[in-house]
Write a protein that binds this ligand. Structure first.
Ligand code: NAD
Length: 481
């Protein structure tokens, strides 16, 4: 239980002007979809927020044609400096409308308002600001001689950071001179549709950004469309593999940002107060629905009991509940489907012999909720040590030597991120060298910055997003597109 109660501090939903239904954003306009419209719900209450159009193969074709026309036309002829002005304008409007974006994100996704307000939306705007700066400097980015855009890019994103993943995809694509057809996840389409309105407000030329809503089949229609030059995908490893198979043998390029099962490694010389905060942030941020979440805690055996005791004491103070309350630490799980998956994997953890502990906090009656949960006594072979749970569930394992920590950390099909907690700089460097992970955080976790490349090894995918490296995925240095 929390050590003391807070008075409710609800954010106002009045700042969002929800429409009863939304169309597809094609060629600068909202148009009807030809498929069967579907509802998007608030996962914290299960109330319907709006009806959203479903894009069929024909609708995707219209969007790709609009993107191609914009690419051949005004956008393809525009100087990098002018493209940069549009990106700056979009970034500024996102800042101006940040409260609206944050509230809408929280309503549609279930994440705490303090996270959408302080993390998702500012970082999304920062991605546009950062890439705006690159638009006229691509020739100096060491990308090779005469970097040119690829053409029309198809982008498919997940539901865990809807607006932020959109920014990671659209900002570099536009900065490099491409045009875009993007599909948000079916459970979280609303901030992408508000972003479409922001494109209109910024006077972005029609067809440069097209947003099509729908589920897997709509994504597949983008992947399969012959007019797409590159696919940028973030989501599950299973769908990522299907996409790689679909485009094999075509001239399409791809970047895939897939799942993870990060090790957060704590040595006996780590500063423990700071480490506990890092462990909590690593796995309970965004309800653990984070591809780079520190879902496997590896603790040096000599301090394991102490860390476990401190961690449980800290977790008992987490406030779980209404995501619109500014005091909430842990919000709702995004969908019933995801809740079922977390529930199933946690049950498997118990069945395989790990010890389950949760915070015992009260949960709201409606909506999709899962208590912050810790498994101790986890062994390498347990499913909860191998499979991505994508929820607020931490698996704790122990080690004795740095070499054992490395062996255990790398014993996973994934390789997206890792954390190292120690006061020894030399050990941090050695560990970073040994760990097969795209990102290694030292004495911190879940830090994101548009200047820093992000991406994985092994089944976590390929390609980098962010930083100078992220630009490479959106340019070619050979012939003409
Ligand atoms: P998913 O891969 O099914 O969905 C991601 C996106 O791909 C969505 O927009 C979806 O509509 C689209 N999609 C689905 N099938 C497609 C297809 N055949 N072709 C093209 N696009 C397709 O992921 P999910 O169902 O939302 O989540 C399931 C699991 O994925 C989670 O439990 C988690 O393990 C993982 N996940 C990872 C990330 C990440 O950032 N790496 C994000 C979300 C989910």
């Amino acid at each position: 239980m929390p050590t003391f109660d807070y008075a409710p501090a609800p954010e106002s939903r009045a700042v969002v002007n929800l429409q009863p239904s939304y169309g597809l954003f094609i060629n600068g306009e909202f148009v009807d979809g030809s498929g069967t419209a579907f509802k998007t719900i608030n996962p914290a209450t299960e109330e319907s927020l709006a009806e959203v159009a479903e894009a069929t193969t024909d609708d995707v074709d219209r969007a790709v044609k609009a993107a191609r026309a914009a690419y051949r036309g005004v956008w393809g002829r525009m100087s990098g400096a002018d493209r940069g002005k549009y990106l700056f304008r979009i970034a500024r409007i996102m800042q101006e409308r940040s409260r609206e974006l944050a509230v809408l994100e929280t309503l549609d996704n279930g994440k705490p308002i303090k996270e959408s307000r302080d993390v998702d939306v500012p970082l999304a705007a920062a991605h546009f600001f950062y890439h705006a700066g690159w638009a006229d400097k691509l020739g100096y980015a060491a990308l090779g001689p005469d970097p040119r855009p690829l053409g029309v890019v198809g982008q498919v994103i997940p539901w865990n950071f809807p607006l932020l993943m959109l920014a990671w995809k659209i900002a570099p694509a536009l900065a490099c001179g491409n045009t875009v057809v993007l599909k948000p996840a079916e459970t979280t389409p609303l901030t992408a549709l508000l972003f479409a309105q922001i494109c209109q407000q910024a006077d972005l030329p029609p067809g440069v950004v097209n947003i099509v809503t729908g589920a897997g089949p709509t994504g597949q229609a983008i992947v399969d469309h012959p007019g797409i030059d590159k696919i940028a995908f973030t989501g599950s490893t299973g769908v990522g593999k299907m996409i790689a198979r679909s485009i094999a043998g075509t001239r399409k390029r791809a970047t895939l940002e897939l799942g993870g099962k990060a090790a957060n490694i704590v040595f006996d010389d780590a500063p423990l107060d700071q480490t506990i905060e890092g462990i909590v942030n690593g796995i309970f941020f965004n309800q653990g629905q984070v591809c780079c979440a520190g879902s496997r805690l590896l603790v040096q055996e000599s301090i394991a009991d102490d860390v476990e005791r401190r961690l449980k004491r800290r977790l008992a103070t987490l406030r779980v509940g209404d995501p619109m309350d500014k005091n909430t630490d842990v919000g709702a799980i995004n969908s019933r489907r995801q809740l079922d998956r977390i529930t199933e994997l946690s049950a498997a953890g118990e069945a395989e012999g790990a010890t389950r502990w949760d915070t015992d906090c009260p949960l709201p009656k409606n909506g999709f909720w899962f208590r912050p949960t810790v498994f101790t006594g986890v062994s390498q072979s347990h499913r909860i040590a191998q499979e991505e749970i994508f929820g607020p569930v931490l698996s704790v394992l122990t080690f004795r030597t740095p070499a054992e920590a490395v062996a255990k950390a790398n014993n996973t099909p994934y390789g997206l991120s890792a954390g190292v907690w120690t006061e020894k700089g030399s050990r941090i460097l050695w560990m970073a060298d040994q760990l097969r992970a795209g990102v290694v955080w030292a004495n911190t976790f879940n830090q994101f910055d548009p200047t820093s490349p992000f991406g994985g090894y092994k089944e976590s995918g390929y390609g980098r997003e962010g930083g100078r490296h992220g630009l490479e995925a959106y340019v070619q240095t050979g012939g003409v597109a």
